[in-house]
Design a binder for this molecule. Structure first.
Ligand code: PLP
Ligand code: COI
Length: 355
């Protein structure tokens, strides 16, 4: 493993864009901070990472990313508390998962300190870009892609690791109505569903467009064999509450091992909420909706945090979820965001201060 030998080289922008940004009305991932981290893989090794002004890239048209889709990414958030301290949430997990994804796509793994030191340096340089308004954060997008050239269908010999940041508001503006998928699949056994590979998302866009045309915002993916089990949402893991029990599917080759998902499982258990990690059949969810025992469904992910579902469609029928006063979704969302933003104790050791 190569390790960072010296301080990361920083080239600062000559003209900040920060004054053009309305921090009170942020969309998700639409404006980008002044700097980015760039690190090249060539001659068989990752080169020293650098911080440079945010800028466009120049790539050869034969770069393998364009043809064979070798690309993986992560999603993280940075928060700033009222004292100006900067926090991340379980960042080493993102670094490890980036390498799990890279390995599956035959992309060279990145040394952990390149990721962590690079990220921390970038956040310190762009610290003014971290929003403090409730519900906003600096969304961080680390990604690796094949920049090496050639039409041969084999792994590239050159890659780029980049981290860029977008001060962002909520991913969804309200509750989400979802469609349980009966035909298309997001992933398959032995495939790349567990990896955060760019192509996984491209493959979801068309079925999601069809769902949007029918009035839904997201697809709930089911297993590719018989579409019998509920697996995950487009950019979130999925939780179902039947009576008082919170249920989520087990991870597999087909499901992304979400950091929010595993945090919610631990949090809920520690609060005495009954939690089951087991396969969830579509038929039991439909049955529970019919008999009134289905209390809540919500998605969980970094961008979406905890996103309540208002109802679902399945086999041309819509099922509405009840409007509850006290929901697990709201409770767990508050618990997790209070930990993330340094508003509460962190008994799990998940919060990571950038010093
Ligand atoms: N599932 C998919 C397909 C995702 O894209 C995401 C988002 O990252 C998640 C689940 C949730 O993962 P995490 O909580 O680590 O962000
Ligand atoms: C995230 O939650 O960070 C993700 O990467 C999902 C993304 C597709 C917005």
């Amino acid at each position: 493993m190569n390790t960072i030998q010296s301080d990361i080289k920083i080239t600062k922008t000559k003209a900040t864009k920060i004054h053009d940004v309305d921090f009170d009305n942020l969309n998700f991932g639409k404006v980008f901070s002044d700097h980015m981290l760039v690190c090249d893989y060539k001659n068989g090794k990752w080169q020293a990472p650098e911080i440079v002004p945010y800028q466009s890239l120049t790539l050869d048209p034969s770069a393998k990313i364009f043809h064979y889709g070798q690309s993986v990414f992560e999603g993280m958030k940075a928060y700033k508390d009222s004292y100006g301290s900067i926090f991340l949430f379980r960042p080493i997990e993102n670094c490890k998962r980036l390498n799990i994804s890279s390995k599956r796509l035959a992309i060279p793994e990145l040394p952990e300190d390149y990721f962590m030191e690079g990220l921390k340096t970038l956040l310190k340089v762009d610290s003014d870009w971290i929003p403090t308004k409730e519900g906003s954060s600096l969304y961080i997008r680390p990604f690796v892609f094949a920049s090496g050239n050639g039409f041969h269908a084999s792994p590239a010999d050159e890659y780029k690791f980049i981290i860029c940041c977008a001060p962002s508001g909520a991913y969804f503006s309200g509750k989400v109505k979802v469609l349980i998928e009966e035909k298309y699949s997001r992933s398959a056994n032995g495939g790349v569903g567990f990896a955060k590979a760019g192509g996984n998302y491209a493959g979801q866009f068309y079925p999601t467009q069809l769902a949007v045309e029918k009035g839904y915002q997201q697809v709930i993916w089911t297993d590719d064999t018989n579409h019998e089990y509920i697996e995950e949402a487009g950019a979130m893991n999925i939780f179902v509450r039947i009576n008082d029990t919170l249920i989520t599917g087990p991870t597999s080759d087909r499901i992304l091992d979400g950091i929010t998902r595993k945090s919610i499982i631990e949090l809920a258990k520690s609060e005495g909420i009954p939690v089951e990690v087991r396969k969830i059949t579509v038929s039991e969810v439909v049955e529970a909706a019919k008999n009134g025992s289905l209390k809540e469904m919500f998605g969980a992910g970094t961008a979406a945090v905890v996103s309540p579902i208002s109802g679902f469609g399945y086999k041309n029928t819509d099922y509405a979820l009840p409007e509850l006063q006290d929901t697990y979704a709201n409770y767990l969302k508050k618990r997790i965001t209070d930990i993330q933003t340094n508003k509460s104790e962190d008994p799990f050791g998940w919060r990571y201060e950038v010093e």
